[in-house]
Design a protein around this ligand. Sequence first.
Ligand code: M6R
Length: 568
Amino acid sequence: MCGIFGYVGKKEAKPLLIEGLENLEYRGYDSAGIAISTNKGIKIVKRAGKVEELKKALKEENIDGSVGIAHTRWATHGLPSELNAHPHTDVLKSVTLVHNGIIENYLELKNEFNLKTQTESDTEIIAGLIAIMPEKNNLEKLKSVVKLLKGSYALAIIFSNEPECIYLAKKESPLMVGKSEDDIFISSDANAFKKYCSDFYILKNNEFAKIKYNNIEFFNKNKKINKKTNKFLNTFAFENKNKYLMQDEIAQTPDALKETAIFFENFKDIKNYFKNIDKIYLVACGTAYHSCLFGKKYLEFLNVPIFTEIASEFKYSKHLFTKNTLCIFVSQSGETADTIACVKKCKCKTLAITNVPNSSITFACKKTILMKAGWERAVASTKAYSCQLLIFYLLKCLLKDEKPKIKTLIRQSKQYLNSLNLTQLAKKVATFEKVMFIGRQDDYITAKEGALKLKEISYINCTACPSGELKHGTLALVDENTLIILISTKNNLISKNLLTKEEIEARGGKCLILGNFENADIKLPKLSADLMPILSILPLQVLACEVCILKGYNPDKPRNLSKSVTVE
Ligand code: M6R
């Protein structure tokens, strides 16, 4: 949530900052702004709305300079207005900063230090506090202020008395520094400067940096420190050829599965970590939580109790951890605050399954399995979900000493995606205000994920219900304005599912079947039951994306959401 970008070098900062923000826009798109050190002082331009609005505004502005900071916002405190957009300053404009995170005690600090503010944001008080600190040195001022802050922050700051430098501070929210021969980049996500740098640094909690041309100094609370650089992993060049990222990302699924399966070879030692475990908790949010529901099914053969929990609930519940309890945390981004907060309470074995190397969850957990889905930027998670299911399947095979059968999966998913044409169906779905997804067993989990996908980008009211449970209450909602999408991939359940369809139609509801048998409305190919969930979600992702576009929305940037939810 919120993306920070910065540049120090010899080039014009403006286009680089804009490019950086465009790369980070998946983290929030309520407003955007930049601040550049020019020879007439620090100039700030900000706009409400997407980076595109800022870009338009900047066409008319002459702000030349080679040191700058930028921000794309997901609003937490205050409306997504130009006023509340970052960068923020103190009253005298001696401190200009961008912030990702939340300052929980900002009101207390505002009152305690009698700070005058102009915006509704929690960030502005940080600038105000730094400006009134008595220390002479800017780094010391910054260190004093962060001691007062409760919450999370990644900060990039320009001081008007040191306009050639950018200062950084980090706690909980991610912050990376990339270095090439002549340029230094700052970003919430290293992918945003990957094009320019091969090496990058990752700031840890309570670390600081002072950056000026060709020079980066790192500090902890007490002293200057040396830090090791990280290299980007070799990544597969995923194809982008559609208008929207979500379309590309769904189409990239077969390659993402293949890359993930190959890369899994590096994690085979994890088998030892499963020795003697007494129970497993699978914890995540949203789509990643749905993959945990499948994870439980894949790992059930271990004959130990397995619990699946939504991270924001897990945090507040009681659990019996022993040294042999294993908690598995699934997160595409590796930065989801709710999930990371759970890792901290687990005094037991912890394993992260994530798509992002060096993300916060990889540092928090004792072990990590990385997927190789490639950069996922559309807010609706698609290819990463498929890879999460694949990881659970591969884990099962590894622990059972079975040979995974994924060649067919990859071939079938490619052929299937190429042959899918859901445009007519999408037109029909787009006319409904209520859509219910139902299924039994694995298909119920797919129903949950299908409902989440459609609702988050099309704003249609979607729910999921186990087919057999309908008649125990939810059937009351069914009328001629309700569309039911019934998922049916289990041979032994087809007749029961057809009965459910009749019960729905008898109440005036419309029912479409997604299944792997002749009369299904959306046909799935035959595949082993183990791998079917990886395939059966594909048409629901495509359908959601098509409905969204037909309704005139942008699937990559649904309202109110952010790809990386870094606040609890
Ligand atoms: O990055 P994570 O996997 O931890 O994200 C978890 C959820 O926020 C995420 O899956 C969300 O539900 C997606 N927007 C669903 O498409």
